[in-house]
Design a protein around this ligand. Sequence first.
Ligand SMILES: NC(=O)c1ccc[n+]([C@@H]2O[C@H](COP(=O)([O-])OP(=O)(O)OC[C@H]3O[C@@H](n4cnc5c(N)ncnc54)[C@H](OP(=O)(O)O)[C@@H]3O)[C@@H](O)[C@H]2O)c1
Ligand SMILES: *[C@@H]1O[C@H](CO)[C@@H](O)[C@H](O)[C@H]1NC(C)=O
Ligand SMILES: *[C@@H]1O[C@H](CO)[C@@H](O)[C@H](O)[C@H]1NC(C)=O
Length: 291
Amino acid sequence: MAVMKKYLLPILVLFLAYYYSTNDEFRPEMLQGKKVIVTGASKGIGREMAYHLSKMGAHVVLTARSEESLQKVVSRCLELGAASAHYIAGSMEDMTFAEQFVVKAGKLMGGLDMLILNHITSTSMSLFHEDVHSVRRVMEVNFLSYVVLSTAALPMLKQSNGSIAVVSSLAGKMTQPLIASYSASKFALDGFFSTIRKEHLVTKVNVSITLCILGLIDTETALRATSGILRAQASPKDECALEIIKGTALRKDEVYYDKSSWTPILLGNPGRKIMEFLTLRNYNRDIFVSN
Ligand SMILES: NC(=O)c1ccc[n+]([C@@H]2O[C@H](COP(=O)([O-])OP(=O)(O)OC[C@H]3O[C@@H](n4cnc5c(N)ncnc54)[C@H](OP(=O)(O)O)[C@@H]3O)[C@@H](O)[C@H]2O)c1
Ligand SMILES: *[C@@H]1O[C@H](CO)[C@@H](O)[C@H](O)[C@H]1NC(C)=O
Ligand SMILES: *[C@@H]1O[C@H](CO)[C@@H](O)[C@H](O)[C@H]1NC(C)=O
């Protein structure tokens, strides 16, 4: 036991150094000709991602509810150099739409390399009282539809060794007042998609999952929602969008994008990673074969 304790710390330090090290470099050509879905692409960070992808020469299929806005975004994508650009409008409150959307998008592009899950239902910042109905809506749009979309996309992503980006928030790693249901939906994404990432690891499914933890970003929606409530500096949405694409293309587990450079250190939670690593070793590996 004493020996264990003596070596535990150096081993953990090495483990974490390995975990956090990455020498890969992003090149925009990585996205050239790639087939990408972006949800919530009619405005905000989603729209910026569509524009970056277009400049890189990717094929894009975009979705959101507002057909008029999507039409404009698609025209701009074509101007910017997208290999192709389409939109399919609909609401992610409708799980049948979510599933069919992925199938249609796959047909439009002839496959799928990257699925960027980014949409959220609008929520105002307020104390939670008794609006259980709204918690259900938030969980369905912000969480359940992500599960439906990724499930529908997985067969195509397996074929292409593709990637999933899950856009989350500081509120998906820490808690603060006035956003109980939003925070619950973002924590749920971490629980679900980080588990799936582990399952892909042990069953050798080569589809990466990148959880993106964002601080306050200067989208109209966020600035309006926090105005007069929260004093915080917002980061630029175009740079944020690029960081999501970079981290996803590099197949990182997590991307942090926030004003403070302390955020990834403070919220990165090495204790959790060590516990997860150690727990995984206790599994009977036979469970994972022929799955
Ligand atoms: N901005 C921030 O400060 C911030 C901070 C942390 C994390 N994030 C995360 O970043 C992502 C994007 O945020 P954002 O600020 O760019 O949001 P946004 O500008 O409000 O965009 C949200 C997108 O989702 C779509 N949408 C809304 N309701 C929908 C529904 N029922 N079905 C389908 N699509 C729907 C909207 O289009 P329609 O209205 O046309 O449907 C829009 O395209 C979100 O996951 C958010 O949690 C943002
Ligand atoms: C996916 O990766 C495997 C190795 O894991 C490789 O054999 C295969 O050719 C790759 N497929 C594509 C489409 O890149
Ligand atoms: C998984 O796919 C990526 C992207 O195609 C490839 O670079 C990598 O070598 C593959 N990994 C394995 C273990 O097959």
